[in-house]
Each structure stands twice: as C-alpha cells, then as structure tokens.
Design a protein around this ligand. Sequence first.
Ligand code: ADP
Ligand code: MG
Length: 246
Amino acid sequence: MKAPRITEAATRLADQARDAGWTHEDYLAAVLEREVSARNSSGARLRIRAAGFPAPKTLEDFDFDAQPTIRQQVAALASGGFLTEARNVVLLGPPGTGKTHLATALGVAAARHGHRVLFATATDWVTRLTDAHRAGKLPQELTRLRRYGLIIVDEVGYLPFEQDAANLFFQLVSSRYEHASLVLTSNLPFSGWGGVFGDQAVAAAMIDRIVHHADVLTLKGASYRLRGRGIDSLPSIRTTAGENES
Ligand code: ADP
Ligand code: MG
C-alpha cells in the first residue's frame, strides 16, 4: 500500500492512544485521517505546481482595502462553490489593480479544493489551440481540457485575435459552457471585446456564454504598485522634513 505516512503515524499515535485510552476504532480513524490529510495537501501542492501560475499569489495576501467593493464577492468565490456549479468569473479593470493576483488566488483556492487548474494568457491559449488544430487534434485537446475544473485565461484584450484565433477561442469557451469553469481577466469592458475578437458576432456569442452563469468583478482605481509607492515613500519624506528627527 502506498501510504508512507501510516508507518510513521501508526507508531506515534499508538503511544498517544495508549496514554489517552482510545478505542481501536479511534486509533484506526486517527491513523487513516493523517494519511488522507497529508495526501490532500500534497495533492494541492502538485496541482498548484502543475497549474503554471506566473507568481505565487493567494487571497490571504490580497489587500481588500484597496478594492473594498469586491470583498463580499471574492469571499463567496473563495469557498469554491462556483466550480462545482461550472460558473465563470470575469475580472475587469485597469492595469495593476490585481486581476492576475485574484485570478491566481482563485486558482490556488480551487487547487486546494481538489480541482485541477491551468493558467495561461489568452495569447498562450490561442497558441495551444492552434497547435492542436494544426495537428488535427482540437477535439481531443478540448476534451482533455474539460477534465480541468478550472481554466484561467489572463489578459483577454491585450492583443487582438486573428479571425482563426478568435474562432478557436470561441470553441474553448463553448466546450466549457455549463461543464467547467473559466476565470477570465481583461483590461477592457465587454463593449471593447468586439475589437479583440475582430468580429462583433463572435464576441457577442462568446460573451453571452461566458456571462450566462458568471460573477463579474470590476476592479477600480490606480495601479496597486504605484499606490504602494506613494504610501511607502511620502510619509517618511514628510517626517524627515517635519518635526522630531531621531
Ligand atoms: P493586473 O493583473 O490587474 O494588471 P496584478 O494582479 O498583476 O494586476 O497586480 C500588480 C501587482 O500588485 C502584483 O504584484 C499584485 O500582487 C499586486 N497587487 C495588486 N492589487 C493588490 C491588492 N489589492 N493587494 C495586494 N497586492 C496587490
Ligand atoms: Mg495582469
């Protein structure tokens, strides 16, 4: 049996069980529980590593004071319920407002909840689908991707798609519709997506499928990096110029 922690846990827990007078059933449950929770957390680690996140980001290190209007929505998403319902999440907002951070953090949460996750930019997804299409394996690739509970598409709208690319992307969205979740980020409002997909009809059909069952979160304000700089540097300048120097 491939259960490396059982040997280790069995001896240690046996002492504890004798001292505390556990029943055999309690003891067995405790030993197996160690193995199960160790498997879950090492499984989550593997899923997080396999997801291809650009940087490690979690919900715990997101500063909601910078985006107070989405606090409730994100808290609801953190439980992972949207994944079992195959709902989507769309994060819209200007550069630096935390879209990639939140998309990654939702992906990490999904991995911890036991879902397989893949992260890539819209451009990378199109490359991947184009390769599969050229190899005559697009249906197989779409089927394979459906085994992932969550696919994250970052940066929709940074680069416009060619017509063929737009059609491939549309197939990805269609194949997941009501089966498995997508998280998408974009610096453009939906009204700007027609320009990205080169065709208003394709964009409209795509947006229709994406938002039919979706939470749309709109991030606002200045870039978090610039804001951080302002907070970190200005007060110390003022202190030095002002009253008590030490
Ligand atoms: P976007 O994808 O919207 O351009 P990012 O998610 O890449 O923005 O955010 C830029 C940087 O600022 C990242 O390092 C990110 O972790 C950080 N950041 C942005 N918003 C927040 C926030 N509210 N709390 C903590 N870090 C944030
Ligand atoms: Mg980003």
